[in-house]
Each structure stands twice: as C-alpha cells, then as structure tokens.
Design a protein around this ligand. Sequence first.
Ligand code: IPM
Ligand code: MG
Length: 369
Amino acid sequence: MSDTRTILMLDGDGIGPEVMRETRRVIGWFSRHGGTGYELSDGLVGGASYDAHGEPLTDETLKLAADADAVLLGAVGGPQWEDLAFDKKPERGLLGLRKELGLFANLRPAVVFEALAGASTLKTDVVAGLDMMIVRELTGGIYFGEPRGVEELPDGTRKGVNSLTYTSGEVERIARVAFELAMKRGRKLCSVDKANVLECTLMWRQTMEQVHADYPNVELSHMYVDNAAMQLVRNPKQFDVMVTTNMFGDILSDCAAMLTGSLGMLPSASLGEKSAEGRVPGMYEPVHGSAPDIAGKGMANPLATMLSFAMMLRYSFDDGASAETLEGAVKKVLAGGARTADIMETGARQVSTTEIGDAVLAELEKTGP
Ligand code: IPM
Ligand code: MG
C-alpha cells in the first residue's frame, strides 16, 4: 500500500531556491520509486517573505509548517535585509519557526566524506573518518531568555541584557534525545557546559547526570566549552555525540563543520517532541547560509540540502534504508570526481548546481530504490 507524506518547501533567500530545486528532483525520484509518495507545498520565509508581506514569517507559513509532515528549508538572509529592525530580519523567520513548532533538538552531524578529507584546513589524519553528531538545544537558553533588551540608564549610557535560562525539564528532554542517539551510535556522550562559572549550566550538568541513570550503557563525560572548542580542533575523533546549550551549540557546530572542510556538504535536523501518534515534527535545512555572492549563478552546492532530505527520511519518516540509498548516491558522485566550486580541488571536475543534481539522479537510477 502506498503512503503519502506532505513536505512544506521553504526555499528562502540567496542560493535557497537553487539548492531546493535540485532536491525537489531527488524527492520526486523517491516518490516514484519508493513505497511513499511525497506531496510538496510551498511557502515563503525570511527575506522573501518580508518582501512579499513585510514580515519574515507569516501566520500562513506557520500554519502550513505545522500542518505538514515535515519542513525542508533552503536558506535565509542577505545584505538587502541587514539594516531592518531586529524583528523583521530574515533570521527571525528561522527562529520563529523553531520556537513556534517546538523544535528543541537540533542535530548537526559533522562527517568527513572520504573523497573530501583533503579539503579540510586541518591535517588529513586528524579529520579523516570523522563522524560526530552535535545535539544543540534550540528553543531555550540565551537566545530566548528573559529579560532581554537594551535600556537607557539615567546617566545617558545604555545597558544591554540577555539572559541564559534553562529549566531542568528543558535540559532533561534534550538529554534524552542525545542519549537515545548515542545508543544508536558509539554510545559515547559528551555534555558541554560552563559549570565552573555559570550556575545555569551547573544545573545542566547535574540534570545530565540524573538522566544518565536511565542510560547506563552510554559513557557520559562533561567538558567546559572552552576546552571543547580546543579539543574539537586538536582531536575531533574523540567525540561521538556532543550535547550542549543553544549558544554553545551554535558556535561549536560551526567549528565542527569547518573540520570537514566542506560547509556546503552538511545537513541538519531540528526536531520536536514525539506526538501521541508517534509523529516527530521536524524541520530540515543545510548548515550553510544563503551565500548571496553566488546566488543565481548556478554554482551552489545542493548536496547539503539533499542530505537534509536524507535526514528527513530517517528521523521524520523512519525510512533509514532510503536515507542510506541517497547518502550512498552522494558519496558515489563525489568519488566520481564531480565538484561544485565550494569543494573544488585540483584533478576534480567542476560542475554546476544542476549538473550535480543530474549526477545524483543518475546514481540513484543505477542503484535503484
Ligand atoms: C544557525 C544560525 C542561526 C542561529 C542564525 C541565522 C539565527 O547561525 O542556525 O546556526 O544562530 O541559530
Ligand atoms: Mg550558527
């Protein structure tokens, strides 16, 4: 019996529409060849939404996102929107979706593809074979804590405030996501905090310890964030799963992405709480940004968006087999020497966004579903 799932496609800004276009072709292929049909709808977010409606995220887009089985997002932002007020900036669209859909768990894999190990700025033997997962808390912490803002002081100077807040409940639910993932991987979890200075993250550490009691087969360690940043570049392969707060995760995941030498290759998933019917709300997006400098030139790398769809198959649609088919096709395309400009190296063949899409589809045809 064939099943239908709905996906909301939010192209966004910059190279968003280009990388999403190639990914639509891949989704179409799985619709035709797998047991599940994917019905796509479209919405506006970020600068594209601001230009059309004066808001980076409308109620209409939010409703479409809440009603869809999963959301795939290209990228948001660009120089033409940089001077807008804070609540109108394209990034607010992204933050609004995360918050309103309750997507508290952000999964950011840092994987070094064999064919690209030489592309890292670090020595090849430090990064070759790296396969780690950063689990970033996404709807709490200093990004959303109150009070916040900038106030005028009586002496005419200004005071800026942002608050780092977590409840133990928020820490516990992200801990469970991380422990569950560790169980399916190498059973090692490193929790990153600043418990020597910030009370809030001492509570984070204590809560991690409590949840650990339910996962005795996972080895739990703790690391201060400054040390974690250093260890990531010193010896990243010591990590399997890393779990951390919203802001530490924002910073460390960029660092981890750079280890792979190819930001253009990394997907991500933002997941919510499993519903009573077992449905996990999820939004999937490439880690790279909107790259306005190359937008519209046919140079963008669509592989991270395709790999984000693979994560959707795995985490929202429980179809790990199709995810592996797609990931395998991407690896073969890289092994065949085709490269977009961002991952170009001597001896490789530089191809356009569409050509790399063609190559992935050709690999899928060869392998079959
Ligand atoms: C990310 C980005 C966002 C964040 C910005 C664009 C709001 O840096 O997804 O890592 O800080 O979360
Ligand atoms: Mg970031």
